[in-house]
Write a protein that binds this ligand. Sequence first.
Ligand code: ATP
Ligand code: MG
Length: 464
Amino acid sequence: MNSDFLRRPLTTTEKLNFKEIPAWVTQAVVFLRENQKMVYLVGGAVRDLIWGSTPSDWDLATDALPDEIEKIFPKTLPTGKRFGTITIFSAGQPIQITTIREDFPYSDGRRPDQVLFGSDIVKDLARRDFTINAMAYDFETQALIDPFNGRADCYRRLLKAVGNPRDRFREDGLRMFRFYRFLASHSLAAERKTEGAINPEWAKFVSYERIRDEFSKLLLGASIRKGLAGLAKSGLLLELIPEFYSADKAQSRLYSYLREHSFSAAAAIQRLLPLRLAALLHDIAKPASLTITKTGPHFYGHERAGAEMSRVILERLRYPKKLIQKVSLLINGHMFFYQPNISDSAVRRLISNIGPENIPDLLELRRADIIATGKINPKTLEHWKDLSQRVLAVLRSKSESKNGSKLAINGADLIEKLGVKPGPLMGEILSYLNEQIIEEPDLNQENRLLEITRQYLDSKNLRD
Ligand code: ATP
Ligand code: MG
């Protein structure tokens, strides 16, 4: 298809926005042009520049073949060479350069059966997911190639599939998740026909790794609620995290409350992935932990069970081990007990049990949990503030500072100075000493701890 008739000049404002393209990107463009290659800016960067926002990454499309790209640029990585993508480095910054593609059909809902490289930018744009992502900027003529009216949709803030949405979602089920990810991160409205075409059946063919990346971006979006509500409404959430649902009709209200509360907590918490995941999953075991006693319904142990369940969920979604560890630790600790007027030593004990490094995140999780309960009791928030202030004051104070929270002596000191043998007794002594300094931080000095240990051993008749 001849793309000339689709070339549209930029408006004055857009021209100013496109001046923001960094010199290291235009340098790469110059290299390709010097080699008589076509080159376009494509994908999210064009969309972001039209909006006047800063693109997160820069994608170029060219008619140079992957091998040629590798020859033109001194420093490259074959990140997706089979599909035509080479990452190059310009002034140390990465740029993805992809050979213009005119794909053959997909038959497995995952990947095109065969990649056909070519030079028709309009065909390349036609295989992209949404109209706002399907524009190209031609550096040579400084014009926009916009065969699907992406620019108009940008200004209308409308998220609409390129072509027939049913075909596009069936072709690659990931696009359904991307749909809600863009809704969540760019304050867009869903085009009716596009949203209506979503069918969770097609999610089954998509790998969890690919879904995970889109899901994380959705969770970090400013309109996370819109994204999560969309996943739930469309049935995609049931595919992704079936733990949010029950086959038992009698329990449907309980689960619907769980989803509502979890979405609210995730929206209320700070925008950091471990926190957003912890907030989303913190009560996931509540329905399963429900017991009815004389005093009413209880959810005993739901935090421990929830930590376990979230581990299973996050492993299934292929999140990295360290992140899973962090999230389940936060969920396990999210019910930490607090009553106003507890003693300073009780506050210190709380800190020691939870681990000082986890305190700020747990306070943040608790805050989100309180806000998400809807009918906020002002007293509850007061308690939260009171607890935060007291805990943070203790953390800041010298005795609980980084070194202060650790015992001033260790196992080696006990062996060397008191002749204690390595073994269970050693652990017993160290926990005893820990208890003592929680009660009285001033005791945390070598001499005093050695003295306490002597007394402890004497009291047990264990001294040599
Ligand atoms: P972001 O700014 O968040 O990176 P983006 O639009 O650049 O958003 P990417 O995931 O980086 O999104 O993808 C780059 C471009 O590749 C998209 O703009 C779109 O044109 C195209 N694209 C990515 N994934 C798909 C897909 N599954 N199907 C069709 N086109 C896609
Ligand atoms: Mg991108």
